[in-house]
Design a protein around this ligand. Sequence first.
Ligand SMILES: Cc1ncc(COP(=O)(O)O)c(C=O)c1O
Length: 489
Amino acid sequence: MSAELPQETLDPEDWTQLRSLAHRAIDDGLDYLQQSWRRPVWQPTPADVAAQFHAPLPRAPQGAERAYQDFREQVMPWQMGNTHPRFWGWFMGNGTAFGAVGDFLAAIVNPNMGGGNHVGNLVENQVVDWCKEIVGLPKESGGLLVSGASMANFVALAVARSAGAGIDVRTEGVAALPQPLAFYATTEVHSCIQKAVELLGHGSKSLRKIPVDAQYRFDLAALARAVNADRAAGLQPCAVIGSAGTINTGAVDDLEALADFCSREQLWFHVDGAIGAVVAISTTHRALMRGMERADSVALDLHKWLHIPFEAGCVVVRDRKAHRATFSLTPEYLAHAQRGLAAGADWFSDYGLQLSRGFRALKVWLSFKEHGLDKYARLIDQNIAQAQQLGELVSAADELELMAPVGLNIVCFRYRGRGGTQDELNALNEELLIRLHEGGVVAPSYTKLNGRYCLRAAIVNHRTRSADLALLIEEVLRTGRVLQGAASP
Ligand SMILES: Cc1ncc(COP(=O)(O)O)c(C=O)c1O
């Protein structure tokens, strides 16, 4: 007689108890969002809380109740703050309450979206088709949901490289390229593009950072000169990366002109639309994106201006075959069957690096249905109008200085007060920003433009109201005056 095997499982011993804990967690979560505005935007994690995170690997059970209490006390209160109405750092979405429910439900059904024949594929395909519709590429294009625009840009550039290499680069490797490839973007391009080019094996030198005009957009004459010079020097120009909204100032390259240039020069035209591709849904502002629909590939982010909870980005590639040829690899254990659970000609793992993939499509699918895209468009318009308003408030204040044209929803400015050297103003504004963060009332971010340190507000926030922007100005003026010794704290 064989010995009886253990029959353990991770299911709760008491479903009723877990159900009540889960209901409490949802209530606490919704309270957290509803009350966002009551908390400081940001506050540092206290040292005694941080110390808790050095406890050793928990071998013994603590139970869901205790784990949840730890979350309530040690994690929940010390957040980044990007759910707050006065968070304008980097370029982040707020997330939404129902989007969070979508994440919960995705974890409940928990399919692996790498492959197999199940309804999740229909959901993701539909979401990807919706993204194609947003950016204006045909339904026959390839596409994939990814973690965010960094990965979307990487996937797109990998396809561009494979398609333009002139050799089977997957087999031969970059060392076999007859001519080194070159890629073109502006000095304002996001760092993830450089990382992608580096990781594809071309070296950062092969990414030509072309100068920008006064609006921080591609200098097209300089681009043409660079491509000609590279050809003359024996390099093979491969792809041009246009920015539909740059991270520093929200500048949108002339995408129509770039499309013309790429078609004349037979270059791959990629659009990094992490910030602005979704502006195409706005009837008021969509003209800015004209030309994007002619791209060979587009990266867009759903966790930014569409406020899908992190992570959610999408890559769309016009040439579906080229997209598949760059990533598809089907060993015996992943062969696609004719029928049954393993059926399906196309698995998502054929279009990207990941095999195991989460069901991020669900929160997008639910959120789009919940609100409808017209509402998202109005919120984009609202943020763009708020950025204009903030720009006007800055211009109207003698002690402040607008540092760049307001692009989309991004405002770069600084406190000048009585003035000073560039170094003094840089140091003053750097300290000012940290004080704003530590004050917990407002959280803009920062950049440097032509060596000048700027406060930078990227209004990607469906909770921001005009009064919040007035408060930002008030706080900057108050803190700037304190730092210049022009008033008491
Ligand atoms: C223009 C641009 N491209 C790419 C990215 C990278 O996107 P993600 O953080 O979603 O990977 C960002 C992030 O802010 C961005 O602003």
